[in-house]
Design a protein around this ligand. Structure first.
Ligand SMILES: NC(=O)c1ccc[n+]([C@@H]2O[C@H](COP(=O)([O-])OP(=O)(O)OC[C@H]3O[C@@H](n4cnc5c(N)ncnc54)[C@H](O)[C@@H]3O)[C@@H](O)[C@H]2O)c1
Length: 377
């Protein structure tokens, strides 16, 4: 039996939002074992959390630099092979850079970095290292998203003519209205989040979805962002017009002040022969629209789905796939790449997706600041 891939985790402690998603995802296809990491900056909490998870504590380190120093001393066959970076945004770059330089494979949370220049540095470091690097745009792992991509690529809806991706959340609304509380949120702090809150946090998911599904690159954008209050530095809402080409256009609507909304990512893509509608909160249903037939409902696990979609479906139809499965499928794609096996490029988002995401964030902020002007990506 193939040996499990040795996984280290940075961030994602018991107090975090995203840690559990990555831990469960790494276990899902029986490819990885978590052997060490730095879950928290406070060592006692870090050790306590590892004990709670039942992970041996001899490879739980006091900080990131010690992690790299100690792991690189180990013989190749013992060493942690891939590291998940699940910290707040400002730590992604220094961690990922040092990991690449020390030849670890990396699974990095989005946004890739806090600036585009940093993203370019990672890109060129990877050209030298040739190691595997994934950026967890989680929603690309859903079976019906993968199915939609495959059907678009095989021409089922014809030539794309309109793309509308909406990502609406409401969680910042009550936080934002409390001046003291809002100072405690790292996503609203430029030092920790970078130049954007909403576009960086969720607009970038919507942008990635638009490019992942259509297989096309957005050429120009015009952004209108809203910080809501003068003393709040970062955007909490943004509407972005996108153009893929002269006659292929669309819109990305992202908001964290869409009061009462939960995780409302919704995709609508229309082509000359048909369209697709898909919603993250109901991810097992893909609606296929045409001019002349009743709407078709596609679901995971059926033989009519393509190979990449079916590869990520573990149980027979009718057993709902969720966000854990979606991230699990991305981890599975990364495992194939680390093992040198064949995989489809749609199986995990890579450094190019991360760099594109950073371009999008920087250009949105620039477009807004310049008075809502069109900018090339
Ligand atoms: N892919 C997605 O859908 C998705 C969803 C949520 C968050 N994210 C991304 O994941 C990252 C983390 O977000 P979150 O919501 O889990 O944040 P969080 O604040 O809930 O958790 C951050 C974790 O990092 C730990 N940490 C902080 N500094 C550290 C250090 N120096 N060393 C080790 N650990 C450290 C904290 O103790 C905490 O456990 C962000 O970049 C965010 O954009 C992605």
């Amino acid at each position: 039996m193939a040996q499990k891939i040795k996984l280290g985790i940075l961030g994602g402690g018991g107090d975090s939002l995203i840690g559990v998603l990555h831990r469960v995802a790494s276990a899902m296809h029986d490819q990885y074992e978590i052997v060490g990491g730095v879950f928290n900056p406070v060592f006692e909490e870090n050790i306590g959390f590892a004990e709670k998870l039942g992970i041996r504590t001899d490879r739980i380190y006091k900080d990131f630099d010690t992690f790299v120093e100690e792991e690189t001393k180990r013989p190749e066959e013992e060493r942690i092979q891939v590291v998940s970076v699940l910290t707040p945004n400002f730590l992604h770059f220094p961690m990922a850079k040092k990991l690449i330089e020390n030849r670890f494979h990396v699974i990095c949370e989005k946004p890739l970095t806090t600036t585009l220049d940093e993203a370019f540095v990672l890109e060129s470091a990877l050209e030298k290292s040739k190691t595997v690097f994934a950026v967890t745009y989680t929603y690309t792992g859903y079976p019906m998203v993968r199915q939609m991509r495959e059907m678009i690529q095989s021409g089922v809806i014809g030539d794309i003519q309109k793309v509308d991706v909406q990502y609406y959340q409401g969680w910042i609304n009550p936080v934002l209205q409390d001046k003291e509380l809002r100072k405690t949120i790292w996503r609203l702090d430029p030092e920790k989040a970078g130049i954007s809150c909403c576009v960086g946090d969720i607009g970038t998911h919507a942008f990635n979805m638009a490019e992942y599904l259509t297989g096309m690159e957005v050429e120009t954008i015009l952004a209108d962002l809203n910080t809501r209050y003068d003393d709040n530095a970062l955007d909490v809402d943004g509407t972005i017009l996108i153009r893929f080409s002269k006659h292929v256009k669309g819109v990305i609507r992202s908001s964290q002040i869409a009061t009462g909304e939960e995780n409302g990512l919704a995709v609508k893509i229309y082509g000359t022969k048909g369209g697709f509608n898909w919603e993250q909160e109901n991810p097992n249903v893909l609606y296929h629209l045409t001019d002349d037939k009743p709407v078709q409902v596609l679901k995971p696990g059926h033989a009519y789905n393509g190979a990449v979609s079916l590869d990520g479906t573990k149980l027979p139809p009718g057993h709902p796939e969720g966000i854990f499965d979606s991230m699990g499928n991305i981890y599975y794609g990364v495992a194939k790449a680390i093992r040198g096996l064949d995989y489809d490029t749609g199986e995990y988002p890579n450094i190019n997706d991360g760099v594109r995401g950073m371009k999008f964030i920087e250009k949105c902020v620039e477009s807004h600041k310049k008075g809502n002007v069109w900018l090339d990506l």
